[in-house]
Design a protein around this ligand. Structure first.
Ligand SMILES: [Fe+2]
Length: 108
């Protein structure tokens, strides 16, 4: 789950930077755009911190999960490892709260 969180944080950085670019192109106040870019840097930092935690404490990605399916949330990039069909119908992405239908199986 933390691996998915880390990837989602990095994806959040990209999405927020795109938002900042769009706001800048619309002529939004420069200080507001800078604040949005600061939010993107915070997302990047979160990704770096969670990645460092993973590298320090977690087993390597393929140690236990190499034969399990992986589903990726199309909205935030969170990766669910295991049989998503075993989750209840009202399962939601722990990062962005999208429903199971927002996930697609990752082709490895
Ligand atoms: Fe998500």
């Amino acid at each position: 789950m933390v691996r998915g969180l880390s990837k989602a944080e990095y994806k959040g950085e990209n999405n927020i930077n795109q938002l900042a670019d769009k706001l800048a192109s619309m002529g939004v106040d420069e200080k507001a755009v800078e604040q949005v870019r600061e939010f993107a840097l915070q997302e990047k930092h979160h990704g770096e911190v969670t990645e460092a935690i993973i590298n320090k404490y977690a087993p390597k990605e393929n140690d236990n999960n190499s034969n399990k399916p992986v589903y990726v949330c199309k909205v935030c990039g969170f990766e669910y490892v295991g049989d998503l069909d075993k989750e209840p119908d009202d399962y939601k992405c722990p990062i962005c709260a999208m429903p199971k239908t927002a996930f697609e199986k990752k082709i490895l």
